[in-house]
Design a protein around this ligand. Structure first.
Ligand code: PLP
Length: 396
């Protein structure tokens, strides 16, 4: 007898992975250049030079036993200090390295956080549309996912709905800005409004309600957009960060959890994060990549490529008649499906070899996500197919 639940989870791929696997088959059939795969958020630009050079240097010049050895369960102190120093430099905010926990990417940061803060019957609120894997992480922590709608014109949270959804069981509200799947960045006013609501609700229910700020796209913003630093607005914030996207290293798995200083019961919460890391088998994030932190913090891959891709795709698609909120960050366009069932629209797009992801699994049906982390040439090559798709719906 094995776990049916795990077996089913393993057998059922996410809509993104399903489309990504289909793209591999289709590429073999008709050639890579003829398939326009916009499914997965795999960075398309190389890691910054600092990363490559430092890795070479570490491999050549450090003691290999130390380089590849276990670090402290919560990560090397020097690496945690590097995170705190960087936040000090860029956000002018204090972080204590003793309340930072290095993880295997944001996925582990989120899983450990949900495990650490939840007891059965706790509720975790997500603003739909949301990153689909949250549902798996929340379920595994024994908590309940509560979906709060966003306004369809701005894709910003509907705070009237939020007010009604917060109960005595609410343990956290997840904020993901810049957002996957919409590319929207929450402005300062939105974060302030959210903080005000939560402070009021904490008092009303005599509870602690966390903002879990999931920030894999923190630095991926365009046109000088400013991403508000949420701990500056709300003390009960737990930041879950990832280097996957900004360092173009998603396969190497490195990120962190950081607790906001002055958070109530911070010692217990940090102990619970460490305990959850242990419980889940996540202790000691990849040690070579931890060692990059003091040496390469602040290095970024060339995000101008994404900005250029966004501009080309957004301008072309809206010109062809598609409608889409203008995204200020991440590398996704969230486009309204011309028919009510976005899955049918995705099937139609496949006829033009355009592989898009229906928004149903993001908890917000009726849209598709287009992941534009491709080469700019691939984006340009896909435009005639998008134009034909638009014409097939008489969008103009
Ligand atoms: N959160 C969001 C919003 C994401 O888009 C992703 C990955 O695409 C993750 C978390 C997981 O990131 P990581 O690769 O660091 O586990």
């Amino acid at each position: 007898m094995i776990s049916k639940k795990m077996m089913q989870l393993g057998k059922k791929r996410s809509a993104i992975r399903e489309t990504f696997e289909y793209s591999k088959i289709r590429e073999q059939q008709i050639g890579k250049e003829n398939v326009f795969d916009f499914s997965i958020g795999n960075p398309s630009v190389p890691a910054p030079d600092c990363i490559t050079q430092t890795l070479i240097d570490l491999l050549k010049n450090s003691n290999p036993v130390e380089l590849h050895g276990y670090t402290s369960a919560q990560g090397d102190l020097a690496s945690r200090k590097a995170v705190a120093d960087f936040i000090d430099k860029t956000q002018h905010a204090y972080l204590d390295p003793n309340y930072i926990y290095l993880t295997v990417g944001a996925s582990a940061a989120l899983s450990a956080t949900f495990h650490a803060i939840s007891v059965p019957d706790d509720e975790i609120i997500l603003f739909a549309p949301y990153f689909a894997e949250y549902s798996v992480f929340i379920d595994s922590a024994g908590a309940k996912l509560v979906s709060c709608p966003s306004h369809s014109d701005t894709l910003l949270p509907d705070f009237d709905a939020l007010e009604k959804l917060i109960t005595a069981h609410t343990k956290a509200v997840v904020v993901n800005s810049p957002n996957n799947p919409t590319g929207v960045v929450y402005p300062s006013k939105t974060i302030q409004q959210l903080a005000d609501i939560l402070v009021r609700k904490e008092k009303e229910f005599d509870s602690q309600i966390f903002i879990v700020s999931d920030e894999p796209y923190r630095e991926l913003v365009y046109d000088n957009t400013v991403v508000p630093y949420i701990p500056a607005y709300y003390t009960d914030t737990i930041v879950c960060y990832s280097f996957s996207k900004i360092w173009s290293l998603p396969g190497e798995r490195i990120g962190y959890v950081a607790l906001t200083p002055n958070m109530r019961s911070i010692d217990d919460i940090y102990a619970a994060i460490c305990g959850a890391g242990r419980y889940l088998g996540y202790i000691c994030a990849p040690s070579m990549y931890q060692k990059l932190m003091p040496l390469c913090m602040g290095a970024t891959s060339d995000i101008k490529v994404y900005e250029q891709n966004r501009n080309i795709l957004y301008d072309a698609l809206t010109q062809y008649g598609f409608s889409c909120v203008h995204p200020d960050g991440a590398f996704y366009l969230f486009v309204k499906s011309p028919e009510s069932d976005a899955n049918i629209f995705c099937q139609k797009a496949k006829e033009f070899e355009l592989l898009l992801v229906a928004s149903d699994s993001f908890g917000y049906p009726g849209f598709v996500r287009i992941s534009y982390c491709k080469t700019t040439q691939q984006i340009l090559n896909s435009l005639p197919a998008f134009e034909k798709l638009a014409k097939s719906y008489n969008l103009k």
